[in-house]
Design a protein around this ligand. Structure first.
Ligand SMILES: Cc1cc2nc3c(=O)[nH]c(=O)nc-3n(C[C@H](O)[C@H](O)[C@H](O)COP(=O)(O)OP(=O)(O)OC[C@H]3O[C@@H](n4cnc5c(N)ncnc54)[C@H](O)[C@@H]3O)c2cc1C
Length: 402
């Protein structure tokens, strides 16, 4: 793996940098910086989405025939790094990183024609209906039923922890179409419109006071048979393809490195009891250095995966490794952040969002204002997309061959 940027890569990096300088407004940057949740709200993410769409970069990682840019894996990594450095929000990851690539790979020509342009433009906003009460890690045990009735499926059951269902107009669901088959073989992948009488979205407010997740109830809800992706019973295969993108489709290290260097910046403005800058406190410096080393090690692993992809080897179970490492590291960065802001970081404003002009005034600094809520929301990182224990099982079986 060659770690040096080629002349073309440097030219590409400069192009991305120039675009970000010109188009990323202060309000978008502030929107991300003052978001303590896992995802940014659509008023911020969709504004940036539209700018990237007009530039043609919104689905840069997709196959070229479906709207991708044909960038090399290294260019894609450079892009993510520049985006993290600039502080740009992530546009609609569930639409762009999860269902989009599934439709590119498994969608019929009619499904592609109908959904892909609307995902790219941001007209449709998707949420993910995998987990159910009682079926999370053991996803194949899911029980939401879909029964075919002429040219439609009738759906009954519920999905839980559905991120941003309150903003979405479509949900993709894993459903049980066959109760007699082996549990994985009875699962089908359906696209379901949310705006219909048989669907009810109920909020779940997290311990930070943020509303990001929901329970979605289906009571004789309907979707057309044309909205089935793949064949009946092929849902498990498609689900696994999607999960690989969810776990490792993005580059985590660049954003973590930015968060770590921000910590150093914040620390520089604090003085300890002996009058020195906190940034020079040996204990703080040691903790920061350890985090930075772990983030650099993760960056090398991610670059190795990119090199594999460039050489035609799929990312595969290595994505469980990067998900495991990055989510634990992110939590440790948030812990240091919280320690750094001490009592100031203990504020937990109940109003949301925190990026509007009428947001509550912070007790201390703005970074302190979001610290505790981000810390609390960050605990979910080792649960969603497959918990730590589930990732470790995959690493043990498929990488270590135990
Ligand atoms: C903030 C947030 C957003 C989410 N967004 C979505 C979404 O948009 N769509 C969606 O479908 N889902 C979503 N989820 C759900 C998420 O995928 C599940 O919470 C996750 O898969 C774990 O499932 P569970 O909550 O049922 O826990 P369980 O599966 O009940 O696990 C409970 C505990 O047991 C451990 N455990 C389970 N099985 C094993 C095993 N075999 N070996 C060792 N330990 C095990 C787990 O690691 C965990 O610690 C979200 C979750 C959160 C927290």
């Amino acid at each position: 793996m060659d770690m040096n940027l080629s002349a073309e890569d440097i030219e590409f990096r400069d192009e991305v940098r120039a675009f970000l300088n010109e188009n990323l407004t202060d309000s978008l940057r502030t929107g991300l910086a003052r978001t303590p949740g896992v995802f940014v709200e659509p008023d911020i993410s969709l504004a940036w989405h539209k700018i990237l769409y007009e530039k043609g970069w919104i689905t840069h990682g997709w196959p070229v025939e479906d709207g991708g840019m044909g960038w090399t894996p290294m260019q894609a990594y450079i892009y993510e790094k520049e985006v993290a450095l600039a502080g740009a929000p992530k546009p609609a990851p569930i639409s762009l990183q999860l269902i989009g690539p599934v439709l590119c790979r498994y969608g019929t020509p009619a499904q592609k024609q109908r959904f892909i342009p609307r995902i790219r433009s941001g007209e449709d906003f998707w949420c993910q209906g995998y987990s159910e009460p009682g079926s999370g890690s053991d996803l194949a045990s899911l029980s939401m039923r879909a029964t075919q009735d002429g040219d439609k499926y009738v759906l009954n059951g519920s999905k839980i922890w559905t991120t941003h269902a309150q903003h979405a107009n479509w949900i993709f669901c894993l459903v049980r179409t066959d109760t007699a088959a082996k549990k994985q073989a009875g699962i089908t992948f359906l696209l379901v419109p949310l705006d219909q009488p048989g669907v009810k979205v109920t909020p779940i407010v997290s311990m930070s006071g943020d509303h990001e997740v929901n329970q979605v109830f289906f009571d004789n809800a309907e979707t057309s048979v044309n909205n089935r992706v793949g064949e009946e019973g092929q849902g498990w295969e498609i689900a696994k393809f999607l999960l690989q993108n969810e776990r490792g489709g993005s580059c985590f290290a660049p954003k973590l490195l930015v968060n770590i260097s921000n910590l150093k910046k914040y620390a520089a403005s604090y003085t300890t009891a002996d009058g020195n800058s906190l940034a020079n406190d040996p204990d703080f410096e040691a903790r920061l250095a350890k985090l930075k080393l772990r983030a650099h090690a993760l960056e090398f692993t991610e670059l190795r995966i990119q090199a594999d992809i460039a050489n035609g080897r799929p990312a595969g179970p290595q994505t469980s490794l990067t998900k495991l490492i990055s989510s634990n590291l992110a939590q440790d960065v948030q812990t240091l952040h919280n320690d750094l802001f001490a009592y100031e970081g203990l504020q937990l404003p109940s109003e949301r969002p925190l990026y509007h002009d009428d947001a509550p005034t912070p007790v201390g600094s703005e970074a302190g204002q979001t610290s505790l809520a981000a810390y609390l929301n960050g605990r979910a990182a080792t649960i969603y997309g497959g918990s730590d224990q589930v990732q470790k099982n995959i690493v043990a079986k498929r990488i270590l061959q135990l």
